[in-house]
Write a protein that binds this ligand. Structure first.
Ligand SMILES: Cc1ncc(COP(=O)(O)O)c(C=O)c1O
Length: 378
């Protein structure tokens, strides 16, 4: 188990207690625990708004859909994005009928502000920044480029639960930040996420849109007394994207342990870095200065990556790859060849096992094996 890439560490009894509460109350859907989870997340991050959703993927789509309709962007509106991400990031742009424009990544594997600036046109309406592995990279510089030009900022914080910069949780300065609480993320449930808008009106609209556009406000008071519950309004076409109380019950337990777990992840990263010191054939991906990363990932770069991975598997070590350059996929092929740094990284990256079950001995064993594999030329 220790040498698997990700193994969630659910506090089973506490989770079952929370789930039991939902079942006994007869309330497993939206409301009750989802509200508790939203409040707990706001307290933890200091973010002003938070709406609990069924995943980060739906949150990203909701974010782009909302901005497009709010600002009246046309289908030719461009969103600058990274090719080095999970496809949810880029699917969301296409799903909202906007045009993804790929910019290259830097040494942190996050958007490179220099290339972002090159890719900005009159049609650029938004940028989506992915904090890969929990790293903030050069987010501040990208943010400034956007602020100076009134370009909207979406932060795909799928890996960033618990990432802080100068003691402050990430997400405060983006127009919208979307977290993932999927099964192998730092704050694990089974599938869920959180959308955090900066503006109150956006948060209010998101709550309606994530529940099919239903607005209960008009009849809220009467409905709370039992009558006219059915008499809601539907203002615009929405989606069924909201989260449920069972996921929230698990999330509330995971949140309690998030800082402790992330501290251990950072310890694991330090052990990896220590074990790799002086090694020239294995290059660790570093965290940008000032960033206290959630350390969702610990990534290294090697030559002949695919062969290295196969050889590691033979030693019963099962690393992963985050991510394949999205422009290699047929859907995003028109962007191919425009982001050489991302393309190179995509062929070299390995994510080493990173979870609560990995010990210092495991780290040493994994690194020794990796060194042997890269040295013996496989
Ligand atoms: C960078 C990134 N964005 C978005 C997502 C989608 O998250 P979810 O599984 O909660 O939809 C993931 C999940 O792996 C991810 O890694």
């Amino acid at each position: 188990m220790a040498t698997q890439l990700f193994v969630p560490n659910f506090r089973v009894d506490e989770c079952l207690e929370g789930i039991r509460e939902c079942l006994e109350k007869g309330w497993t859907g939206l409301g009750f625990k989802t509200v508790e989870m939203e409040e707990a997340w706001k307290t933890y991050t200091g973010l002003p708004h938070a709406h609990f959703l069924s995943s980060n993927t739906v949150g990203l789509h909701l974010a782009f859909h909302m901005m497009k309709t709010k600002y009246g962007w046309g289908d030719d509106a461009e969103v600058i994005t990274t090719p080095l991400t999970f496809v949810s990031t880029n699917h969301a742009i296409i799903q909202a009928e906007l045009t993804p424009v790929f910019a290259d990544v830097d040494q942190y594997l996050c958007l490179d502000p220099v290339d972002v600036e090159r890719k900005i046109t009159d049609k650029t309406k938004a940028i989506i920044f992915v904090g890969l592995g929990g790293n903030v990279g050069q987010y501040e510089k990208v943010l400034k480029l956007c602020k100076d030009r009134d370009i909207k900022v979406v932060l795909d914080a799928a890996h960033m639960a618990g990432t802080r910069v100068d003691g402050k949780h990430v997400g405060h300065d983006a127009d919208v930040t979307v977290f993932s609480f999927q099964a192998v993320k730092n704050l694990a449930t089974a599938d869920s996420g959180m959308i955090c808008f900066r503006d109150k009106e956006d948060d209010e609209r998101a709550r309606k849109l994530a529940w099919l556009g239903i607005n209960k406000d008009t009849f809220a008071r009467t409905a709370s007394q039992g009558a006219y519950k059915w008499k809601y309004d539907v203002e615009e076409l929405g989606f069924k994207y909201h989260g449920n109380s069972i996921m929230a019950a698990i999330g509330l337990v995971s949140l309690k342990y998030l800082d402790r777990d992330n501290a251990y992840r950072r310890q694991l990263a330090d052990w990896y870095l220590e074990a790799l010191e002086g090694e020239t054939l294995i290059e660790p991906v570093l965290v940008s200065p000032g960033c206290e990363s959630s350390r969702h990932l610990f990534q290294v770069r090697v030559a002949k990556r695919d062969e290295v991975l196969m050889a590691m598997n033979e030693h019963e070590i099962y690393p992963g790859v985050h991510y394949r350059d999205n422009t290699e996929y047929r859907l995003y092929n028109s962007g191919a060849g425009k982001c050489p740094a991302a393309h190179k990284a995509s062929n070299e990256l390995i994510s080493l096992p990173m979870h609560m079950g990995v010990t210092k001995n495991d780290v040493e064993f994994i690194v020794e094996t990796l060194k042997k594999v890269v040295r013996t030329g496989l």
